[in-house]
Design a binder for this molecule. Structure first.
Ligand code: IPM
Ligand code: MG
Length: 378
């Protein structure tokens, strides 16, 4: 293999991407569209079951909009690991074409093949969808009021080690090289989104997280660009932390309540948001927004739990994370009132009243029962 040529191709691809980002300035205004098409993607494992419950909740909340034709739901089949492995692609072409006819998507978990398992080692469907739809911002809120925690993570979602994660090179068997990509434009847009969010939501502090003391070129750029964007927001205090000590500080009860909004490159954001979600009761409780200028995708941050399906327990899987992702979707496309009702109902059922409990087994409620319980509070 010609390694230099490979390197040249990669650089060229990224330079092309930068040109696209430079031209792509405006965000879609969902309410200005004639019709908002919401795609529902079941995914793998427990995905189809829990996503169906979330779909039902959204259908109920948007019944009027569906009746007038302002909103249409489209169920997208086929984004399964079997089809992806058979096509040898992270997302089969027909499924991707279907996805692109939607404006926003609600997605169940999709199995990510790993080296050595029975599936072809195709790229993760999540990662591919984020790249294909240019969903550059992964917004992950974690709130635990009684512990004084109210964090919103803005994880960059298209660059870092993920940009070329499936295109590293092995050289003469002994040398493995991956490529880490950080761009000015890619960093600016996530930083601006985080600062705009802070400003609009009365947050007075934004924290930039990198390892710029060691990873000098790429993290150095990320930090510099974020600081430059920060200058446009003088009313907001900006500080920067290294990812290692940041990971420790999230456990520090005296310190962690001070953090509000965090901006991170992709991989650090991946890791830190799992840690953060754990304080809130685990990744199963967190929803996640993947936002771009033209599309947005909302998903649960947990995996597809194939073991639950093998043991016939998928009907007992907890649909709350994907229902919460559905509430984030409603808010994003301009149905704030419906979103607020849904958030309040989820809170009522999972934190306050707790009349039903999900255990993942026969001794607990089914996902369908739980979804109906949430609907009964709306
Ligand atoms: C997440 C997940 C994905 C990621 C996996 C499934 C590829 O961990 O959404 O955080 O690493 O981004
Ligand atoms: Mg993750």
């Amino acid at each position: 293999m010609d390694y230099m040529k490979r390197y040249e191709d990669i650089i060229k691809m990224q330079l092309d991407r930068i040109e696209k980002m430079k031209k792509d300035t405006d965000f879609v205004d969902y309410q200005a569209l004639d019709k908002i098409v919401i795609g529902i993607i079941g995914g793998d494992g427990i995905g189809p079951a829990i996503t169906e419950h979330a779909h039902k909740v959204l259908r109920t909340l948007l019944a009027d909009q569906v009746a007038t034709g302002k909103v249409e739901f489209k169920v997208i089949e086929g984004c399964t690991i079997e089809n992806r492995a058979a096509a040898g692609k992270a997302i089969p072409d027909d499924v991707l074409a279907e996805i692109k006819t939607c404006n926003v998507l609600l997605k169940g978990p999709t199995t990510t093949p790993r080296k050595g398992d029975k599936w072809a080692n195709v790229e993760s469907a999540n990662v591919a969808m984020r790249k294909e739809l240019d969903l550059f911002a992964n917004v992950r809120p974690v709130k635990i009021p009684e512990k004084g925690i109210d964090w919103t993570f803005f994880r960059e979602n298209t660059e870092c080690l993920y940009a070329m994660g499936s295109q590293g090179v092995t050289i003469e068997d002994d040398l493995a090289v991956d490529f880490r990509v950080i761009t000015t434009q890619g960093t600016e847009r996530i930083a601006r989104m985080a600062f705009d969010y802070a400003k609009a939501n009365g947050k007075d502090r934004v924290t930039i997280v990198t390892k710029a003391n060691v990873v000098k070129t790429t993290d150095g750029k990320f930090l510099d660009v974020c600081k430059k964007v920060a200058e446009e927001y003088p009313e907001i205090e900006t500080d920067d932390w290294y990812i290692d000590i940041m990971t420790a500080k999230l456990v520090d009860e005296k310190r962690r309540g001070q953090f509000q909004v965090m901006i991170l490159p992709n991989l650090y954001g991946d890791i830190l948001t799992d840690e953060a979600a754990e304080f809130q009761g685990g990744v199963g409780t967190a929803g996640s927004a993947n936002l771009g200028k033209h599309y947005a995708m909302f998903e649960a941050i947990h995996g597809s739990a194939p073991r639950m399906v093998q043991e016939g327990r998928d009907k007992y899987a907890d649909p709350c994370s994907v229902i919460r992702a559905g509430a984030m979707l409603l808010s994003h496309i301009g149905y704030q009132e419906q979103a607020d009702k849904l958030f309040a109902a989820i809170e009522e059922c999972t934190v306050k009243e707790k009349k039903l409990r999900i255990t993942g087994r026969e001794d607990g409620a089914t996902g369908a029962q739980f979804a109906d319980y949430i609907l009964s509070k709306i």
